[in-house]
Ligand binder design. Structure first.
Ligand code: GAF
Length: 438
């Protein structure tokens, strides 16, 4: 049985497909595949993924659902490969009926540049492009009609774009499966999918993100946090133990929007690369990425790096340690320790990595003072977005009131607060043979 929000999204996507796409006869080749992919919240391990480090995210209950049909016309085996794509999204079109239609000749495809208007469709096209090499030969036509429905808040740092890419990829694998992945194990499929979706985001949304968001949307497991080693790309599921004293996971959205492509995130990446280059010049030859460095290395290179780069490196080095300690604390159900590590992580992101903002700090500081709260921190890329707080279950209401009250009092604005579980990653929900027009 599907959670209520997911079955609502399935109904929405199905009815969008039937009313707006199904009558376009040539795309209508049953069956339709229905897949979903979740947004994420990161428990701890921020700005470590692109430094070859560790992170510990989980999937949230909010999802992107895709309902669609796909067909490969194999053609004569010559000429350019084309993609005929019709797509519609309940979330982005704000009630207006525009069906985005694209006919794309693969050999003439170029990713957008800074001058191209931003569009949600780039995430979808960018992902589809990653699957073109799986087509049987050149000259095929890939005919796709996909309706998306989503309840992942946009621009909130909850990975709505990674969820869209991952849902698209999972949908594509449904009918390209025989060609693409029949010989691979499911862990490899998830990893490969995450790599492709990250590439789509880097090249087609011009967002220099790491791999955390796409990987957790792809491979999360219910009631687990996903420990990701971003160097080996190995994952280990760490149970978020379900017991009487298991805390609630509360997410608060500051509604301060920020996009990774906006510039500050890219700047942090360059500063981390600078730190590595300086350490090598010290010389600390063992440091090939910040994952290899320890606090002593940061101190040894401090004079050469200067204060800003030193603080960036210090954050990454200490954050990696916190993730590994948090993994152990989680396994043992030591919630006080998990919380303390979250609080330290926030301080480090605020003071050393400079990726918080005053609205988010207010939410974190307010939460940290509420009775029954284990820990609270900013989550995701930063500069706005959400906080994650672990709190005793019977104190959720108190926490919610405190957060909403403090935010309203200081900014005369609303913050959204919700409880999530550690949810499952991308999956196929159903195959629908009845996808004819209404
Ligand atoms: C964003 C990015 F997309 C991730 O790759 C990660 O770097 C995160 O910010 C910070 O931990 O969500």
């Amino acid at each position: 049985k599907l959670p209520t929000n997911v079955s609502k999204l399935v109904d929405e996507a199905k009815s969008l497909y039937k009313s707006k796409l199904a009558h376009l006869a040539e795309t209508h080749k049953p069956p339709a595949f229905i897949v979903c992919a979740p947004g994420r919240v990161n428990l701890i391990g921020e700005h470590t993924d692109y430094n070859d480090g560790y992170c510990l995210p989980m999937a949230i209950d909010y999802q992107v659902v895709a309902y669609g049909t796909g067909f490969v016309h194999t053609g004569k085996g010559s000429g350019p490969t084309t993609i005929r794509l019709r797509m519609i999204s309940s979330q982005k079109n704000d009630g207006d009926d525009i069906v985005e239609e694209r006919k794309l000749a693969v050999n003439a495809l170029t990713p957008p540049d800074e001058t191209t208007p931003k569009s949600w469709t780039n995430y979808v096209v960018g992902t589809i492009v990653q699957y073109v090499p799986d087509l049987p030969h050149e000259g095929c036509t890939l005919d796709l009609a996909i309706a998306f429905a989503s309840d992942v808040p946009i621009g909130a740092g909850l990975s709505s774009s990674a969820a869209l890419e991952t849902a698209t990829a999972t949908f594509l694998e449904c009918f390209m499966h025989d060609m693409a992945f029949s010989a691979t194990s499911s862990g490899n499929i998830q990893r490969e999918r995450a790599i492709r979706c990250q590439k789509a985001e880097n090249e087609w949304a011009l967002s220099p993100c790491g791999i955390m968001d796409q990987y957790v949307s792809s491979a999360a497991e219910k009631n687990n946090c996903m420990l990701l080693d971003c160097q080996s790309l190995e994952i280990t599921q760490i149970p978020f133990k379900q017991a009487e004293d298991t805390p609630a996971i509360v997410v608060a959205n500051s509604n301060v929007a920020h996009e990774i492509a906006d510039g500050e995130y890219g700047k942090r990446r360059r500063e981390c690369a600078d730190a590595v280059a300086t350490m090598q010049n010290v010389p600390l030859y063992h440091v090939l990425s910040l994952r290899d460095a320890n606090l002593q290395d940061c101190e040894d290179a401090k004079d050469k790096m200067g204060d800003v780069i030193y603080r960036r490196a210090k954050h990454v080095v200490t954050e990696n340690k916190r993730v590994l300690e948090c993994k152990t604390a989680l396994k043992m159900g030591l919630w006080d320790r998990v919380g303390a590590l979250m609080n330290d992580s926030h301080a480090s992101l605020k003071d050393d990595f400079d990726v918080s903002c005053e609205e988010v700090d207010l939410l974190v500081e307010t939460a940290q003072k509420v009775e029954g709260v284990y820990g609270s921190r900013i989550t995701g890329g930063g500069f706005g977005g959400c906080t994650i707080t672990l709190v005793k279950k019977d104190k959720v209401e108190k926490l919610t009131e405190a957060l909403k009250g403090a935010y309203k009092a200081k900014y005369d604005k609303e913050c959204d607060v919700f409880v999530t579980t550690a949810s499952a990653g991308a999956r196929v929900l159903a195959v629908d043979v009845d996808c004819k027009p209404h």
